[in-house]
Design a protein around this ligand. Structure first.
Ligand SMILES: NC(=O)c1ccc[n+]([C@@H]2O[C@H](COP(=O)([O-])OP(=O)(O)OC[C@H]3O[C@@H](n4cnc5c(N)ncnc54)[C@H](OP(=O)(O)O)[C@@H]3O)[C@@H](O)[C@H]2O)c1
Length: 315
C-alpha cells in the first residue's frame, strides 16, 4: 500500500506548479506524491508530468466543484491563480476563493497559497504618487492576491502564505529581455531606479514550496522567497557577462513605464514603483538564506543564466 501523502498541485503544467510536481517526483522516498491539476490531461505537458510519476487530474479554477473534486483525499494543496491569462482582479479573487473553499471542503492538512502583497496597505487609494487602476487597485495582480489571504484565514484553512518574487524567466517569456535602442545598444528597462528587486528562478518557487510541505511547522506563517536581490545595473551586468554583449540598464521613471501601452503596462509600472519605493518592506520577508534552507538547490542569477542564456531573445 502506498501511504505517501498526496499534494494536489494547481498550475502543474506551468511555472510554479511545475517546479513543485518535479520536486515531489524527484524525491520518491520523500513521503509525498504529486497530483497534477490541469484543464487538459492529454496535453504534452500533462503527459510529461504523468511520465515522471504524477497522477494527473482535470479541474478548472473557474469551476469550484471541479477543484473540490481535485483536492479530495489530498494531504496538501498548492494554490496559485493566473492573473495574466485574463487581467481581471475580480476573477483572480474568485479563483482564490474557490481554491480556499476546496481546500476547506477536502480537509487538506496543509495548503500553500501563492500570494503577493496587497499594496493598498502601503499606498492608500487616495495616495496620488501612483494612479488607482480599475477603480480600486494600485497593483491589481498583487492586490487581488493579497486581499484573498483573508479568505483562507476566515475558512480556517491550515495555510502557508508564500510570497513569490519576480521570475528571471520574464527575460525570456514576458518581453522584458534586452532590447536594442536607437543607439544600437542593448538595454533592459525597469523603473526601479537604483533599488534592488527580489527575484528568483521560477523552478525554485516549486522547490521552495516542496520544502514548505516538508515542514508543517510553517503552517500559519508568511514566507517570502528569492534567489537574489538585484538592482537593474546588477542584472544588466550579469546579462552582459552571460550573453557576451554589452547590456545597459535603462532606469525609466514609473510614469514612463506605465505609458508603454502594452497590456498590463500600468499594472507593472505601479508594481515596480511599489517594489522601488518600498524596497525594504518588500525585500525583508524575501530572505535568501531562509529560501535556501527550504530549497538547497536555490539558484542565483549567474547560475540561472548559465543554464538559460541561450533562451533569452536579443531583439
Ligand atoms: N512572472 C512573474 O515574475 C511572477 C512573479 C510572481 C508571481 N507571479 C504570478 O504567478 C501566477 C501564475 O503562475 P505561473 O507563472 O506558475 O503560471 P503559468 O506558468 O502561466 O502556468 C499556469 C498553468 O496553469 C494552468 N491554468 C491556467 N488557467 C487555469 C484555470 N482556469 N484552471 C486551471 N488551471 C489553469 C495552465 O495549465 P493547463 O493549460 O494545463 O490547464 C498553465 O500551464 C500569476 O498570477 C502571476 O501574477 C508571476
Amino acid at each position: 500500500m502506498n501511504d505517501s501523502k498526496i499534494i494536489a498541485v494547481v498550475g502543474a503544467t506551468g511555472a510554479q506548479g511545475g517546479g513543485l510536481v518535479r520536486a515531489i517526483c524527484a524525491d520518491p522516498k520523500g513521503g509525498f506524491r504529486a497530483r497534477a491539476v490541469t484543464r487538459n490531461v492529454n496535453s504534452d505537458k500533462a503527459r510529461a508530468l504523468a511520465a515522471l510519476g504524477a497522477e494527473v487530474v482535470a479541474a478548472d479554477v473557474d469551476d469550484a466543484n471541479s477543484v473540490a473534486r481535485a483536492f479530495e483525499g489530498a494531504y496538501g494543496a498548492f494554490c496559485v491563480t493566473f492573473y495574466w491569462d485574463h487581467f481581471s482582479p475580480e476573477r483572480e479573487s474568485a479563483q482564490a476563493a474557490a481554491l480556499a473553499r476546496a481546500a476547506q471542503t477536502a480537509g487538506v492538512r496543509h495548503a500553500i497559497w501563492s500570494t503577493l502583497e496587497d499594496t493598498r496597505k502601503f499606498v492608500a487609494l487616495s495616495d496620488d504618487r501612483m494612479p488607482t487602476l480599475m477603480g480600486k487597485y494600485k497593483v491589481p495582480h498583487f492586490d487581488a492576491k493579497g486581499e484573498s489571504d483573508q479568505v483562507f484565514t476566515d475558512l480556517g484553512v491550515p495555510v502557508t502564505f508564500l510570497l513569490t518574487s519576480f521570475y528571471w524567466e520574464n527575460f525570456i517569456y514576458f518581453g522584458m529581455g534586452p532590447k536594442k535602442g536607437p543607439d544600437g545598444k542593448y538595454a533592459i528597462t525597469l523603473p526601479m531606479g537604483d533599488q534592488p528587486l527580489p527575484s528568483i528562478a521560477a523552478e525554485d518557487i516549486g522547490r521552495c514550496a516542496y520544502g514548505i510541505f516538508q515542514r508543517p511547522d510553517r503552517i500559519g506563517k508568511r514566507l517570502g522567497i528569492a534567489g537574489e536581490h538585484l538592482t537593474g545595473s546588477q542584472m544588466a551586468a550579469a546579462l552582459s557577462k552571460a550573453l557576451g554583449v554589452d547590456v545597459g540598464y535603462n532606469a525609466v521613471a514609473p510614469e514612463v513605464y506605465r505609458g508603454f501601452g502594452f497590456p498590463g503596462a500600468e499594472d507593472l509600472g505601479n508594481m515596480f514603483q511599489f517594489n522601488r519605493d518600498f524596497a525594504a518592506e518588500f525585500g525583508e520577508p524575501r530572505n535568501i538564506a531562509a529560501s535556501r534552507e527550504l530549497n538547497p538547490k536555490l539558484q542565483n542569477f549567474a547560475q540561472w543564466l548559465a543554464e538559460n542564456k541561450s533562451r533569452i531573445p536579443l531583439e
